[in-house]
Design a protein around this ligand. Structure first.
Ligand code: NAP
Length: 302
């Protein structure tokens, strides 16, 4: 292992005296690849790396649960947030809430409709002058084995959860170029650990990971980073099965908590903090990655 001949500064600490290009290189100091590379268009500053000041972010599914948590967290970090959701009342209520503390714009639409995705990106750019971040979060979970499911349920599951990622990314990427843009896709632990009766959901979430890797590769040279988060159980309305009684729900919750080694289920804030890290300059060398946020649920070998 070699050590740096120069003290490297952490946040606010002393910066290396040697800059890229080799000019002024200390005699005998090891030559690093960075010395030979052309100057990067982006040298991260060492302070406020997890701030999103002057950034514009679209968050889909922002009226509820994880999407609402991410929108709120991004705005706290300084971003202007475009809230997209099919639930018009819910998304307008989030807009009212976030406008008390910063910039927010609600757009009602269906993530699986091409014209809605294209229109949302255009409206975001028109309103805030550009686009830096897209969080593809909106999703639904339709139960059933492949035998039980109708093919129209299959199409709906795949269109809402997976085609939506394709659509929003397709229309956003031209705007993200040259702005160190970031796309974050909300997948699930269902992408790699299957559960009974969730075939189409599992397929949609695994598909998101493949698409994340492909886009990271295709658009990395444009400075665009693409990552995914796989949450475990998160306390949102999605967790509550329609029609379940209070005692059913309590028993189900106890069972769910027991599979999380940290002894609790996750909160939207847990996912939002991870999301903020991944879209921020703190993660400027992270792309094509998957971050599991599941309280050690899926590491169990049984
Ligand atoms: P949620 O509370 O149900 O929120 C999802 C939001 O997306 C809702 O406001 C929903 O509106 C909206 N939405 C649904 N279909 C839409 C469409 N076609 N177009 C636009 N918006 C649409 O769910 P959540 O738990 O926060 O889940 C968010 C994401 O995290 C999903 O992708 C989910 O698969 C993933 N996830 C959740 C968990 C968990 O345990 N909660 C775990 C792993 C992954 P309506 O309420 O009107 O349908």
């Amino acid at each position: 292992m070699t050590t740096s001949p120069l003290p490297l500064g952490g946040e606010g600490g002393p910066q290396p005296a040697l800059s890229r290009g080799g000019a002024g290189r200390v005699r005998g100091a090891p030559l690093l690849l960075a010395d030979l590379a052309p100057p990067s268009s982006f040298t991260p500053r060492r302070s406020n790396l997890t701030r999103l000041d002057n950034k514009v972010a679209i968050v889909t599914g922002a009226a509820s649960g994880i999407g609402a948590g991410i929108a709120e967290r991004f705005q706290e970090a300084g971003a202007a947030v475009v809230l997209f959701d099919i639930n018009s009342e819910g998304v307008l209520s989030m807009e009212r809430k976030l406008r008390q503390t910063g910039q927010a714009l609600a757009i009602t639409g269906d993530v699986s409709r091409e014209e809605d995705a294209k229109g949302a990106v255009e409206q975001a750019v028109r309103t805030f002058g550009g686009l830096d971040i897209v969080v593809n979060n909106a999703g639904i979970e339709l139960a059933g084995t492949v035998v039980q499911m109708t093919s129209s349920d299959w199409d709906r599951q795949i269109n809402v959860n997976l085609k939506s990622v394709f659509l929003f990314s397709k229309y956003a990427i031209p705007h993200l170029r040259g702005r160190r843009g970031a796309i974050l896709n909300i997948s699930s632990v269902h992408a790699f650990a299957s559960y009974e009766g969730t075939a189409a959901y599992d397929a949609s979430k695994a598909g998101i990971l493949g698409l994340t890797r492909a886009m990271a590769l295709d658009h990395g040279r444009e400075g665009i980073r693409v990552n995914a988060i796989c949450p475990g159980y998160i306390d949102t309305p999605m967790l509550v099965s329609p029609g379940s009684t209070q005692s059913d729900a309590a028993a189900a919750m106890q069972q769910i908590v027991s599979v999380h080694r940290l002894g609790r289920i996750g909160t939207p804030r847990d996912v939002a903090d991870a999301a903020l890290f991944l879209v921020s300059d703190s993660a400027s060398f992270i792309s094509g990655s998957v971050l599991v946020v599941d309280g050690a649920m899926t590491v169990a070998g049984h």
